[in-house]
Every structure is written in C-alpha cells, then in structure tokens.
Write a protein that binds this ligand. Structure first.
Ligand code: PLP
Length: 427
C-alpha cells in the first residue's frame, strides 16, 4: 500500500488493492460471490467478531472483491481507508450516522446533487439531523451558519448541476477554526481531476455509480477518510471517542487511530443498517476505474468542445462550464482541478421551460435520462425531473431553473455530439 501511494495515478487505477489470487493465480480480482466465510476455529471466529483480527465474516460487512475496491479508492484519493456502500446516498448515510447524534447540525452547500438536497433537508431531519444550506461560493457563509451543535461541513468541490468550483482551502480553513471536519462529495471530479485531501478536506464521499464505474452499469458508493482528523480535540464526536456498547466498550478512535472512522462506519453503520455493495457491482467498478484516467481526459476534451460550440449558438443564452475562460470559476478550476473541470455542466436555452423540454425531446444521440458519468452522452432538464421536488426559488438557487439543461458529455466523437445538439436547438 505504501508503495502504491508513490505510483502515478494511472498505475494506481489499475493495480491498487489488487493482487493475483494466491490459490488460483487469477490475475483479475475475482467476484467473490459468497455471503459468508468459514472460520479457522472458534478462537478465530471470536477474534473476528471482537474486531481483534482482520478477516471476513459476512458480506454485509466485508467482502474480498469489495475490499479491493475500497483499497483502490483510498489509494486514488490519497486517503487512509475506505468503506463502500450500495449507492452514493447510502455512503452519505454511513458518513453522517458515524458523525452525528440526534439534535446535531451540519452546514451544506446549497449547490448539491438534487437527491442530496432532499436527503439532507427532509429525510435526515426525521433522524434529528439538521442541515443548513448556504451559498458555497463565499466561504464566510459556512462560518456564519456554524452553531455549537454543528459537527461537519458538506460540499461538492465541483458542483452538480451548476458547474461551480469551490475554494477548498478557504472552506477547510473555516472548518479547522471550528474544529469540525469537511466532507467533500468528489463524484463529479473524481480523484483523477481533484484531490480534496490535498486541500485539507477530511472525508470524501463518492457515488461510484457515475464516472468511477463509468459505464452506466452499476450502483455504488464509498466514504473515504484522510486519516488526519483529530477526533479527540473536543467532545463533539462521542461516537469516535467514547466506548461503544455494541462492541464491549471498544473506543474506535483509540483502538484504530487514523482509520477509526472507517472502522466505525463499517462495524456499526454498515453492519446495523445494511446497505452493502454487491461483489458484482464492486467488480464492475474496479474494472471501470482501470480506465478512469484516459476516460476523464476524453470526457474533459469533449466537454470543452461542446461548451465552446454552445456558447456561440444563437438559441443558447449562457453556458456554465468552468473550462470556459469567461466562467467565474475558471481560476478556481485551474487551481483545484488542473486537468479539467469534468464533463457535466449546464446551459440555458432562450425560451425557458418549454424550450428546455423541446431540446431533450429533440436530441437523438444524447440520452434523456437521470444519470451522469456514462460513456454515453446524457441530457436532462432538471426543472422537470431531478429538481422537480424543489420550489422554483430553490431550483434557481441550486442552479436548476426552468431554462436550464444539464449535459454529461460522453466519449463519442465530439463532432457527432455537436451536430446532435445543433439539430435539437434549431427545431
Ligand atoms: C448520483 C450522485 C449522488 C448519489 O449517488 P447514488 O449512487 O445515485 O446514490 C450523490 N452525489 C452526486 C454528486 C451524484 O452525482
């Protein structure tokens, strides 16, 4: 693992966490399609259940195929450890369940994936976890929303759907002052384009469903810890620093140190709520990650060409892509994601809601669906789909107003994508 951290990211994407199978020599990571694992003897079983040795008990908690993916993701992010989950939303749940007590509070960017806005604003509230949403483009807004009950900040470094890039260093500094961690959802940038831990972020979550798996085949999620956050610096994190009844009084931070958060997320939240990643989906994700670097380079190249085409189109009123020199986020993108600001961005059509619907119905090569990060190019009209639960005011605030179309530019021939959009815009 230590050596893997010194390899380049293209090498890590192919090798980290994976070794030839010691029994069969199989070079690729097998799909361990098994629910359970035979114990060596009664003592071995007891040690496993007491978390006194590492190994496999039951695939709700650990599985060798999933473990390979966990190690690969931790290595790619430059973190200490990772815990996978059945979806990105499940991973977010594991992270917050490990951090928060009922009555606790966190501050989140208002520019998030629509499903995260609903998860945080409505469903988490029923668990007693309160979220305040702020405009993330001014780091001071996070500072002003922090209360004595605030236990974390949550951001998307590259925000879905607005093409917004945040000032990670400044937001980390706000959290450091308040002695709380920052969680970054790095789904849109991926560790190939952006490394949140290098800028002081403490935890990263992923929907591996998107660019990491990369082919629109497999749901999945992960929470990754940097290993650098000191959970003992105050009394805000009793789940990490006080004895856990579910494990005979074990204290996770004291026992597991810089991977204590991951252990707790796995041994308690994943064990007790059960949103495990399937080994087959882990396999598909591992395979997807092997080509992540070359795919992301092409995603970015195609997105840049499509954005430059749209900005000059008479039916388009604006394009929000940080790769365009006029974008207010261009400089932040150069700093935090020098290989390019991803391939998901929004643009506005003249004619509002009706015009937006006409474009999604007029394209042929772009698929009209609610996903991002596929090899295929995708288009959606957020106001009539992903963001329709929100009020029009909330839609506009989160960058999903009635005239907004969102693209996830895929890996097809750029000229074909441009022609398809041109035809739909000229209808
Ligand atoms: C899709 C997505 C999620 C949710 O992940 P699922 O795998 O769909 O549960 C969270 N954040 C972002 C940025 C996403 O794109």
């Amino acid at each position: 693992m230590s050596k893997e951290k010194t390899y380049g990211i293209e090498t890590q994407a192919i090798h980290a966490g994976a070794h030839p199978d010691p029994v069969t020599g199989a070079r690729n990571t097998p799909i361990y399609q098994t629910t359970s694992y035979v114990f060596e003897n009664a003592d071995h079983a007891a040690d496993l259940f007491n978390l006194q040795t590492f190994g496999f008990i039951y695939s709700r908690i650990t599985n060798p195929t999933v473990a390979t993916l966990e190690e690969r993701l931790a290595t790619l992010e430059g973190g200490r450890a990772a815990c996978c989950a059945g979806s990105g939303h499940a991973a977010q749940f594991l992270a917050f369940f490990t951090l928060l007590e009922p009555g606790d509070h966190f501050v989140a960017s208002r520019n998030l994936y629509g499903g995260s806005l609903t998860q945080f604003g409505i469903s988490f509230k029923r668990l007693g976890w309160n979220c305040t949403f702020v405009d993330p483009t001014d780091p001071n807004n996070f500072k002003e929303a922090i209360t004595p009950k605030t236990k974390a900040l949550f951001i998307e470094p590259l925000a879905n759907p607005g093409g917004i890039v945040l000032d990670l260093e400044a937001i980390s500094a706000v959290a450091k002052d308040a002695s709380i961690p920052v969680i970054a959802d790095n789904t849109m940038a991926t560790p190939y384009l952006c490394k949140p831990f290098e800028w002081g972020i403490d935890l990263v979550t992923h929907s591996t469903t998107k660019f990491l798996a990369g082919h629109g085949t497999s749901m999945g999620g992960a929470v990754i810890e940097s290993g650098k956050f000191d959970w003992n610096q105050n009394d805000k994190f009793p789940s990490m620093t006080t004895p856990d009844d579910a494990y005979h009084g074990l204290t996770f931070y004291e026992t597991f140190g810089d991977f204590g958060f991951t252990m707790k997320a796995r041994a308690v939240a994943l064990r007790d709520f059960g949103p495990a990643l399937s080994p087959t989906n882990a396999f598909n994700t591992i395979t997807g990650i092997e080509t992540l670097p070359i795919r992301m380079d092409r995603h970015v190249e195609n997105a840049q060409k499509v954005a430059e085409f749209l900005i000059n189109h008479k039916a388009v009123s604006w394009v929000s892509y940080a790769g365009l020199p006029d974008s207010p986020f261009h400089d932040l993108a150069k700093k935090y994601m020098p290989k390019g600001p991803g391939s998901v961005f929004t643009f506005g059509v003249k004619g509002g809601y009706e015009a937006g619907v006409k474009v999604v119905e007029g394209v042929n090569l772009f698929s009209h669906l609610a996903n991002i990060g596929d090899t295929r190019s995708l288009i959606i009209h957020p106001a009539s789909t992903t963001h329709r639960q929100l009020s029009e005011e909330q839609q506009i605030a989160s960058g999903a107003g009635p005239d907004v179309l969102r693209l996830s530019v895929g890996l097809e021939t750029a000229d074909d994508l441009i022609r398809d959009l041109d035809e739909a815009l000229n209808l």
